[in-house]
Design a protein around this ligand. Structure first.
Ligand code: PLP
Length: 380
């Protein structure tokens, strides 16, 4: 039985072209890029070329704003701990995070709260979008950091980052955004994006797992969280993953190449999936309707709610039929708690227990969608 993978928001397969770009670094340029001998200098040069390419593709002002790390989780942790810990002037500190952040932001926020800082969890509207006015109202005199994700991994809502960042800056707070899901889907031009720090991950864009990019705008005060050999200009110690960095740059290049056409193709598939799933059964509804506001949701995520069946049961039954999907996000799908994202947008607990996240990607076809809807109808 051929499997139909519909979980691209959890991770994507490695692009074969990315693998080819990485191969020489895994074998030839194996040397430590921090070694002074010629092989080390060669590896360093390959690493710096990758940094320069990423910086250009993302519209950073200078390559030194690009820090290679292990992925989105590390970037989010670095932002929350590293952008707050330096700030001794405002004490105790206040942070604002959206209530629909990934746990890589929410759990560090909880840790900061346990250390005496105050956190405001900003609720989005029922459409999953955070309003700049609500942010303005939440900010206090001692707000040091605002962290609001560019696009949500469960419901796909895209936030007005520039406006949100302006509100934070107008009140003297730094602004971080988790752009892990937005990369390749939303236009990102870092110099004009408004954020002081941004987290990205390679494995959501057909790149390798375990590599990420943390953008830190020049002159932003930051207390490094990973201490050691002082790599990455002292901001993230640890021998760099040269092959991973090359893979990230190659994956990003490919992801951005055909973005407008591919996003349009995904929107067409997603809307077809939604139309068909809604007409297949009156028990199916949507947590948000991306068809209502074109451009305000990621093109590849559909968040369905099924009345009277639990996510886990549906995921396993769909899996038996060859369809691979998620409940909420992949990392919370093993938990029996309903998704915090669905709760935050006002979905009832009962309905949230029956959530399905279908996420499409490069290899998804119309036939896959039709076959999925047939399988969904069968299990209902
Ligand atoms: N942030 C968001 C929005 C995500 O979707 C994910 C991955 O699911 C992460 C952070 C974590 O990224 P990584 O798996 O690279 O640590």
């Amino acid at each position: 039985m051929d499997k139909v993978y519909l979980d691209y928001a959890a991770t994507t397969p490695l692009d074969p072209g990315v693998l080819s770009a990485m191969q020489p670094c895994l074998v030839g340029h194996f040397a430590n890029p921090n070694s002074l001998h010629s092989s080390g200098r060669e590896a360093f040069s390959v690493l710096e070329q990758a940094r320069k390419r990423v910086s250009e593709l993302l519209g950073a002002k200078m390559p030194s704003e690009i820090i290679f790390n292990s992925g989105g989780t590390e970037g989010d942790n670095a932002a929350l701990f590293g952008l707050v810990a330096w700030n001794k002037a405002k004490k105790p500190l206040h942070l604002v995070v959206s209530a629909i952040e990934h746990h890589a932001v929410l759990h560090p926020a909880k840790r900061l709260a346990s250390l005496g800082h105050e956190i405001t969890y900003l609720a989005p509207g029922a459409d999953g979008v955070v309003s700049p006015e609500d942010l303005r109202a939440a900010i206090k005199e001692n707000t040091a950091l605002v962290s609001i994700m560019t696009a949500n991994n469960e419901i796909g809502s895209v936030q007005p980052i520039r406006e949100l960042a302006e509100v934070a800056h107008a009140h003297g707070a730094l602004f971080h955004t988790d752009a892990v899901q937005a990369l390749g889907k939303c236009p990102i031009d870092l110099e004009h994006f408004g954020a002081d720090a941004v987290s990205f991950s390679g494995h959501k864009i057909y790149g390798p797992k375990g590599i990420g990019v943390f953008y830190l705008r020049r002159k932003t005060s930051f207390l490094p969280q990973m201490l050691g050999g002082g790599q990455e200009n002292g901001r993230r110690s640890g021998t760099q993953n040269v092959a991973g960095a090359v893979g990230f740059a190659a994956a990003l290049e490919r992801e951005l190449e055909n973005r407008a056409d591919e996003n349009q193709r995904l929107v067409t598939l997603r809307d077809h999936l939604i139309d068909e799933a809604l007409s297949a059964s009156s028990r199916v509804s949507l947590s948000v309707d991306p068809r209502e506001k074109p451009g305000h949701y990621l093109p590849h995520i559909a968040s369905l709610l099924v009345d009277g069946l639990e996510s886990e049961t549906m995921i396993l039954r769909l899996d038996q039929r060859g369809f691979e999907v998620s409940g909420g996000s992949a990392c919370s799908s093993s938990s029996l708690e309903p998704s915090h994202v669905l709760k935050a947008i006002g979905v009832s607990t009962d309905l949230a227990y029956g959530s399905l996240r279908i996420s499409l990607g490069r290899y998804t076809t119309l036939q896959d969608i039709d076959a999925f809807v047939t399988a969904l109808s069968e299990i209902l």
